[in-house]
Design a protein around this ligand. Structure first.
Ligand SMILES: *Cc1c(COP(=O)(O)O)cnc(C)c1O
Length: 413
């Protein structure tokens, strides 16, 4: 039950990896009056956000915007490009990759799921959920597919259930090395605008994005960035689609409009978010998240707990998965921390439920909100009787003090 008559004092700490805390500036922009979505003002807003999105996706090609959650944009990527019974190759990096595969199956596609083969002492139930997609395994499977039955390779760029990224450029090279014509589809719903991403340079055909994570907006917008090859595939794709069909949307977007009512106020927020990202500069935004992530990892290491991502080359800049000691119910711990300190942490999803929790370091955060987040975790773990090797609070403070932010606050103003 939500007790609307009581609100704790101070800010709630929404340190889940999406929805992320929304900057006040964006909330204020969204509170402006809703306008006529067929009127002249709307067209200029539409043209501006569509151009700004190309910068964020790093593409010269169309970005399609849906009034949908990320899941809708997942579905859109598949129904626009594929036909019933088509074979798609997915890689199980975690819960979200598994959900995308399930969605593909429900649409009548044949989803084949590759997974890392190995054992893991900390997460025996999900050994592959500590690593990124294995490009060599994808290449091997594509080479076997001499008849080119596989129509698409689908990979999650920032696996939000684990805190592991995948090397998308390596997956592209694997597809090219195998000489395979499959489309490359990538989910960067949680990484978009916080983790470096390059739609055109990495040769991605459809990139799936969402609003409520790296883009610092509330939930409710889904994106497809679409390559010319994907637009061409759409001409032959026979899966039924109407609401999600790219053709009408892309045609009307030329003037900044949509065939149906877009989510006007969220687009005000998107416009504000794009302005903020442009003012800071994407390389600076990415560096900021990497720095936060390193501080949070310093804390987890000081606690003596395993970071879920086992490969330092692919640590996520936007969240960190923390594996709790055997016998500790990570969800009970999360609930305790929420009740005592008004701090929300991400739950363990699917195969790792109860075995880990996730710390989000994205959206409207800063050094001190992250120090406080680590303090909340540390107090909660002590209350839960978990023995820690050392102080994460001390470690994160030292990390941030020793690694000054690249831009002093005075200059950023
Ligand atoms: C959040 C998320 C999704 C699902 O998005 P919804 O907006 O919840 O539908 C899919 N993939 C990844 C990687 C995500 O982080």
């Amino acid at each position: 039950m939500l007790h609307l008559d009581f609100h704790p004092t101070g800010r709630h700490f929404l340190q889940i990896p999406g929805p992320s805390p929304v900057p006040d500036r964006i909330l204020r922009a969204m509170s402006l009056p809703t306008i006529d979505h067929r009127g002249p003002e709307f067209g200029s807003l539409g043209r501006k956000v569509l151009a700004g999105l190309r910068t964020v996706f790093r593409t010269q090609h169309p970005v399609v915007v849906y009034p949908s959650s990320g899941t809708g944009a997942w579905e859109a990527a598949l129904v626009n490009t594929l036909s019933p019974g088509d074979h798609v190759l997915m890689f199980e990096t975690g819960h979200f990759a598994s959900l995308w595969a399930k969605l593909a199956q429900r649409l009548g596609l044949q989803a084949e799921v590759l997974a890392w083969q190995g054992t893991d002492e900390h997460l025996p139930a999900a050994p592959g959920w500590r690593r990124g997609a294995d490009a060599a395994l994808i290449e091997k499977r594509l080479r076997e597919d001499t008849a080119h039955h596989i129509r698409a390779v689908c990979v999650v760029h920032n696996e939000t259930s684990t805190g592991v990224t995948s090397d998308i450029a390596a997956v592209r090279r694997a597809i090219d090395a195998a000489g395979h014509p499959a489309l490359l589809m990538v989910d960067t719903i949680s990484g978009l605008a916080s983790a470096d991403y390059r739609h055109d340079e990495w040769g991605v055909d459809v990139t799936v994005g969402g609003s409520q994570k790296g883009l610092m907006l509330p939930p409710g917008i889904g994106f497809n960035a679409v390559s010319p090859k994907a637009l061409d595939a759409a001409k032959r794709a026979a899966l039924p689609r109407s609401y999600f069909a790219w053709d009408e949307i892309v045609a009307m977007n030329k003037d900044g409009y949509w065939p149906y009512t877009p989510n006007t106020n969220l687009l005000y927020g998107l416009n504000e978010s794009l302005d903020m990202l442009a003012a800071e500069g994407l390389p600076q935004v990415f560096a900021r998240h990497r720095r936060w992530a390193a501080g949070v990892r310093a804390a987890v290491s000081a606690w003596g707990l395993p970071i879920q991502c086992a490969d330092p080359a692919v640590y996520s800049p936007v969240l960190t998965g923390v594996i709790t000691p055997p016998g500790v119910d990570a969800d009970a711990l999360r609930r305790l921390i929420h009740e005592r300190f008004d701090l929300s942490l991400g739950t363990g999803l699917g195969k790792v439920r109860g075995r880990m929790f996730r710390i989000g370091h994205l959206g409207d955060s800063n050094d001190l909100t992250l120090v406080a987040t680590i303090a909340g975790c540390e107090m909660g773990m002590k209350l839960a009787g978990i023995e820690l090797a050392g102080s994460g609070v001390q470690a994160v403070m030292e990390h941030f003090a020793e690694h000054a932010a690249p831009r002093p606050l005075q200059q950023a103003a």
